[in-house]
Design a protein around this ligand. Structure first.
Ligand code: ADP
Ligand code: MG
Length: 238
């Protein structure tokens, strides 16, 4: 487990600044949702925490280490993407085991971790199947399984439900929250969907145009939005 501290972080692609002086503190075990319109910089910020983008200014710390210059594999994080990014020619079991095998993990440990993840996510009936033989929800569960087996200190989710239909999205929200209640892993969850943010977050970070507009618990933002943008985005009572 670990806390995450994003301090005065900036990001520029060439001369274009896409994040300005962003600071967020995430407590150990907290479920924090970054929400805001498309293009506001959510994925870029998450990818910087993951080590998939360089940091142009400020610091990112995971646990007690500043990780600005650490490669993704050394950050104790696991990321789940919108498009699942499963290996099409590997079975469910192989997809989940792959990252551990790359790290030369003891086969007995790999088997035990895959079994635990399959139990948690109800994937046991599907272990020998290939991704194309699974529904969208099952694929997303495999993507989560792949993250769980690594026992990360931090989970990073980038719009993991946006490819699913509305009904499944609601069901998977509940599953992800139950997973969090069970594992208590510090989580940063990105979405552009305010309902998802309101129902899932311990703490919401509302972003616009590369800046933070407000940080607070769901009800706080609802009751006391800092400005019209937050009010409109979160949907205050009229
Ligand atoms: P969000 O996830 O909130 O939709 P992004 O973080 O993907 O937003 O993008 C934020 C801004 O950064 C957008 O204007 C986007 O076009 C720009 N951007 C993202 N990645 C790159 C990149 N690799 N090169 C140049 N601009 C980028
Ligand atoms: Mg994005």
């Amino acid at each position: 487990m670990a806390q995450v501290a994003i301090s005065n972080v900036a990001k520029a692609f060439g001369t274009v600044k896409v994040l300005h002086d962003v600071s967020v503190d995430i407590a150990d075990g907290q479920f924090v949702v970054l929400v805001g319109p498309s293009g506001c910089g959510k994925s870029t910020l998450l990818r910087m925490v993951a080590g998939l983008e360089t940091v142009s200014g400020g610091t990112i710390a995971i646990g007690d280490r500043v990780v600005n210059h650490l490669p993704p594999a050394k950050r104790d994080i696991a990321m789940v993407f919108q498009n699942y990014a499963l290996y099409p020619h590997k079975t469910v079991e192989q997809n989940m085991a792959f990252a551990l095998k790359l790290r030369k993990t003891d086969p007995a440990v790999v088997a035990e971790r895959v079994k635990r993840a399959a139990d948690i996510l109800d994937l046991n009936p599907y272990l020998k199947r290939y991704p194309r033989q699974l529904s969208g929800g099952q694929r997303q569960r495999v993507a989560m399984g792949r993250a769980i087996v690594r026992n990360p200190h931090v989970f990073l989710f980038d719009e993991p439900l946006s490819n699913l239909d509305a009904k499944l999205r609601v069901q998977m929200r509940t599953e992800i929250k139950e997973l969090h209640q069970r594992l208590k892993t510090t989580t940063i969850y990105v979405t552009h969907d305010q309902i998802e943010a309101m129902t899932m977050a311990d703490k919401i970070v509302v972003m616009r145009d590369g800046r933070i507009e407000q940080v607070g618990a769901p009800l706080e933002l609802f009751d006391r939005p800092a400005n019209l943008f937050v009010a409109g985005f979160i949907g205050s009572p009229s």
